[in-house]
Design a protein around this ligand. Structure first.
Ligand SMILES: NC(=O)c1ccc[n+]([C@@H]2O[C@H](COP(=O)([O-])OP(=O)(O)OC[C@H]3O[C@@H](n4cnc5c(N)ncnc54)[C@H](OP(=O)(O)O)[C@@H]3O)[C@@H](O)[C@H]2O)c1
Length: 160
């Protein structure tokens, strides 16, 4: 089994605002879909709630949702009450897709991290975790790309 983390962050580290994404970056949504299709995705209940209903559960993926609430259930969600339970119930490729506390807890189990960096800063209330020194970029830093939304982004791969 491989465990990866994937997120998109603003230049100031913001990843979310008031239960949603602070930006619209269509190229990143496509990248996220391509990366995670056919895999198991693990997310916190807050991230589940943040998904638009038409993509909840995320299609073509096994959706595992972490909650401490023993009564929580939702159509299409496989429920786990701890990260260990979530990871032990998964096989094949696993992508941890947020939010903040889930990323922080999952980092020690991950062998790769894929970060979409935005050149712009955004206000927000949820932040990306810090990657410590044992993470290194898998390749040279890619060039900034111009999104159809006018934002600038690049996708950086890290390995441990
Ligand atoms: N930019 C990005 O790439 C990205 C990715 C993901 C999310 N986001 C954004 O981030 C925000 C949502 O993230 P968030 O950090 O607020 O929430 P979250 O981490 O998705 O969800 C938090 C909830 O998950 C459950 N949980 C977390 N860790 C758990 C554990 N170890 N065991 C059991 N349950 C656990 C708890 O649910 P209960 O309260 O039900 O117990 C907790 O309240 C939204 O704004 C979203 O748009 C951005």
């Amino acid at each position: 089994m491989s465990v990866g983390l994937v997120w998109a962050q603003a230049a100031n580290g913001v990843i979310g605002r008031q239960g949603t994404l602070p930006w619209h970056l269509p190229e990143d949504l496509k990248h996220f879909r391509n990366l995670t299709s056919g895999t198991t995705v693990v997310m916190g209940r807050g991230t589940w709630d943040s998904l638009p209903e038409k993509v909840r559960p995320l299609p073509g993926r096994r959706n595992i949702v972490l909650t401490k609430n023993a009564r929580w259930a939702a159509p299409g969600a496989n429920v786990a009450h701890s990260l260990a339970e979530a990871l032990s119930s998964a096989d094949g490729d696993v992508w941890v897709i947020g939010g903040a506390s889930v990323y922080a807890a999952a980092l020690e189990f991950a062998d790769h991290v894929v970060v979409t960096e935005l050149q712009e800063s955004f206000d927000g209330d949820v932040h990306a975790p810090e990657l410590d020194d044992h993470w290194r970029q898998a390749e040279l830093t890619p060039e900034w790309q111009l999104s159809s939304s006018g934002l600038h982004y690049r996708i950086v791969n890290y390995v441990s």
